[in-house]
Design a protein around this ligand. Sequence first.
Ligand code: ZN
Length: 311
Amino acid sequence: MHEVIFLKPVFKEMIWGGTRLRDDFGYAIPGGKTGECWAVSAHKNGDCKILGGSFDGKHLSELWEKNRELFGGMKGDVFPLLIKIIDAKEDLSIQVHPDDAYAKEHENGSLGKTECWYILDCDADAKIVIGHHAKSKEELGQMIGQKRWNELIRVIPIKKGDFFQIMPGTVHAIKGGTLILETQQNSDITYRLYDYDRLQDGKPRELHLEKSIDVIRCPHGDVETERTRQQVGDAIKEHLVSCGYYSVDRIEVKGSADFTLADAFRIFSVVEGQGGIDGIKLKKGDHFLLPAGYGDYRLSGDMVLITSCAV
Ligand code: ZN
């Protein structure tokens, strides 16, 4: 099908959220602590509607169920990916996700979560939590039991344009002053390990220490991602990561560039600038899908996109 399918984001208020989804992206956010924009999602906790075109007003989950041809007949009960923009004004809780096998057994058949982060913007001294310093499960249990958080948690500096792949079992947290585009498996299963002893409505948010200890990989190992760049017309296409769930690229267009859809379908998020696809206007904050069979397409203008396909 030769139609660009635009999506309408769903927003989530979070105790750590801010207003940059309005200030930087122009979205109509629901409040002063909007943490997440679920930009491309068919998850029951935030199912995006289609904006305009043949499927106007339908939910993405409906398209996945009833129009599987749009996704090249790809198999699976649920739409495989979830794309978010996260505005962390404050630190997010320190957390970990299970893999598919653990989630299936302990979370009613849900999928696990592998995710990756592209740093859209951050404060000059911004940091992020990835990994921990425990050498064994035993030491991990001790450090958690004794609340030795500063010793346990591995904090590293970040800058705009950095990219991180977060495998299940990896301790991680986005810290305040960071704007991220997240590409992840379609799952909402998070085990909270530590929440800085914060209160929400006068109470601490629930922690999941046992499940966290179950799934945290010891010792921690980073995933090295090799970024390769390719010139396509007036664009630079940079490959960020491929894993068992998704493949993610960054495309920077300065002029025009011709591509051919070679995947079952492809997701795009405009994260900087403006331009167009096949004569349809695009601006920062737009998210769209190219369905199976779309064929050739031309990106033009002065913009940066993050694009992904399900594997
Ligand atoms: Zn996460």
